[in-house]
Structure formats: structure tokens, C-alpha cells
Design a protein around this ligand. Structure first.
Ligand SMILES: Nc1nc2c(ncn2[C@@H]2O[C@H](COP(=O)(O)OP(=O)(O)O)[C@@H](O)[C@H]2O)c(=O)[nH]1
Ligand SMILES: [Mg+2]
Length: 262
């Protein structure tokens, strides 16, 4: 078939289609055409809206926990893949938006994560509440070696987080990260979980006993009448292990990437 002939045939075909289309439009009642337009416009608006909404969804993960648990070292491991030993204790929150170091060599566009290393002295509810509204996930870091002397304080901090309005209402997922597992004296995550549950159970009993006016927690925790377990919380709560020193942080990375989709 030569080229000119082909062109002619295509022209005829196109003219036929245009004719058919015109005929169809003339036959169709105007209301139907308007309806079709409305559907198209609605769909376009919806797509734009979804895109905007997706971009606005938070990529912020908070690193919380008592001082000395290893938040800052973990922050550096996530960002640089090294521990930056010898960094001074900062009074300001350490924060940054970056692609995880472990994902540096991955091809394609990867959504960066926004990590805030919240200093331990920010554990007062009012301070923490500055960060919680923007959080998509919270990591609660625990020193698995020096766990017992800090169990009470860690439980109080955790209790505050778990009863906070933002966490409860938005069901913010939480990772309890038992850090420093490179040390042989580190307690197991099962042991730590049980101790925390016991301690939180005690706290709950004492806090619900005080008069209404003194109640500082905004929401009650767990199932009334039953011993507290983390499984009673409505937000997703997982317990994991890490070593900020040796860079064994895959459970932390998995948690972050489960929330902030690349
Ligand atoms: N052995 C061991 N030491 C750690 C680990 N993570 C942190 N540390 C040490 O614990 C101390 C406190 O760490 P840092 O990151 O400053 O804790 P932060 O106060 O929670 O920010 C430092 O001396 C770290 O070297 C770990 O995984 N293993
Ligand atoms: Mg620190």
C-alpha cells in the first residue's frame, strides 16, 4: 500500500468519525451532555483533591524516650548510617528531612521522611504536645541495658503518650524500641514489655483514683477491670529491638517506611 493511499483512507475514516460524533451530539439531549461534562469536571477535581491531600499527609516520625536511651544515635544512624559518637547533648530538638541512609542506593524517587529527635527533658505533656499534632508515628526508645532503674520513669512517659488526645484520636502508631541489644546484659523485649505493662497498670490505678479535678490524662487507657496489656490500645503498637551503636536498625527503618510510604 503506498503512502498517499493510506493517508486518504485515514482522512476518510476520521471524517466518518467526526460525522458520527456530530450526529450523536445532535441526537443526545442537552441535559445528558451537561451531565457528562459534570462527571468529567468532578473526576478531575477529585483527582486534584486526592493529590493535594496525599502531599499534605504527614511524613513526621518522632523519636521519644528518656535521656540516654539512644535517640540521637538512632537519628544519626537513620540519616547517615553512622553513630556520630561523641555528639554533645543538645537542648534543641534534632530534626531533619531526608531519605533514609539505607535507601540511598535505591533507584527512582523516594519520599523523604521528617524525623524529630525529641530531647528527654521534653517529656512534659505540654512540650510533647507541640510535636504530636504533626506526627504520623512515634518511636519510644528504651535503654534495654539500664532498663530496671528507669522502668518507672519510662512507664510514666509512655503513659503520657498513650493517653494523649492526638495519639488516641488519630490512632498514631507507636514502636517501642528496645535499644542497645548489642550488649549481652540487655533485657529481652518480652521482659521489657511485661514490666512496662505491669508498671502502666499501677499508674492507671493510681491516676484513676485521684479526684476528677486532678486528672491530667485526657483519655483512659486499656480495658477497665482487666490487667493492662498493650494489646488493649486502639492504636497500632509494636515492640522491637535495635542497636544504635552497631547500626542494627532494620526494625526501626521498617516501622518508618510502613508509615511513610516511599
Ligand atoms: N552499647 C550501646 N550504647 C548505645 C547505644 N545507643 C546509644 N548508646 C550510648 O548511650 C548513650 C546515650 O545515647 P544518645 O543517643 O545520646 O541518647 P539520647 O539521650 O536518647 O539522645 C551514648 O553514650 C551512646 O553511645 C547502643 O545501641 N548500644
Ligand atoms: Mg539526645
Amino acid at each position: 500500500m503506498n503512502f498517499e493511499k493510506m493517508e486518504k483512507e485515514v482522512k476518510i475514516q476520521v471524517q466518518k468519525w467526526v460525522g458520527e460524533a456530530q450526529e450523536l451530539i445532535q441526537k443526545t439531549p442537552q441535559t445528558q451532555i451537561y451531565a457528562a461534562f459534570a462527571v468529567v469536571i468532578f473526576t478531575v477535581l477529585l483527582l486534584i483533591f486526592i493529590k493535594l491531600f496525599k502531599r499534605a499527609s504527614s511524613n513526621t516520625i518522632l523519636l521519644t524516650g528518656l535521656s540516654g536511651s539512644g535517640k540521637t544515635i538512632l537519628f544519626h544512624q537513620l540519616r547517615d548510617g553512622s553513630s556520630h559518637l561523641g555528639t554533645v547533648t543538645s537542648m534543641e530538638p534534632n530534626e531533619g528531612t531526608f531519605v533514609l541512609h539505607a535507601e540511598m542506593n535505591k533507584k527512582g524517587k523516594i519520599k523523604p521522611v521528617h524525623i524529630i529527635d525529641v530531647p528527654g527533658h521534653y517529656r512534659l505533656r505540654t512540650k510533647l504536645d507541640e510535636f504530636l499534632p504533626q506526627a504520623a508515628g512515634v518511636v519510644f526508645v528504651i535503654d534495654a541495658v539500664e532498663f530496671l532503674p528507669n522502668c518507672r520513669a519510662a512507664s510514666e512517659y509512655l503513659y503520657e503518650i498513650l493517653t494523649g488526645a492526638n495519639v488516641v484520636k488519630k490512632k498514631i502508631p507507636l514502636l517501642i524500641l528496645c535499644n542497645k541489644v548489642d550488649k549481652v546484659t540487655a533485657h529481652t523485649k518480652e521482659f521489657i514489655r511485661k514490666q512496662l505493662e505491669k508498671e502502666i497498670d499501677k499508674l492507671r490505678a493510681s491516676r484513676t483514683a485521684v479526684s476528677e479535678a486532678d486528672v491530667t490524662n485526657e483519655f483512659t487507657l486499656g480495658t477497665p477491670g482487666a490487667a493492662f496489656t498493650f494489646s488493649q490500645c486502639h492504636n497500632k503498637l509494636v515492640i522491637g529491638e535495635s542497636s544504635g551503636l552497631t547500626g542494627e536498625i532494620d526494625q526501626l527503618e521498617d516501622f518508618v517506611r510502613n508509615i511513610v510510604k516511599p
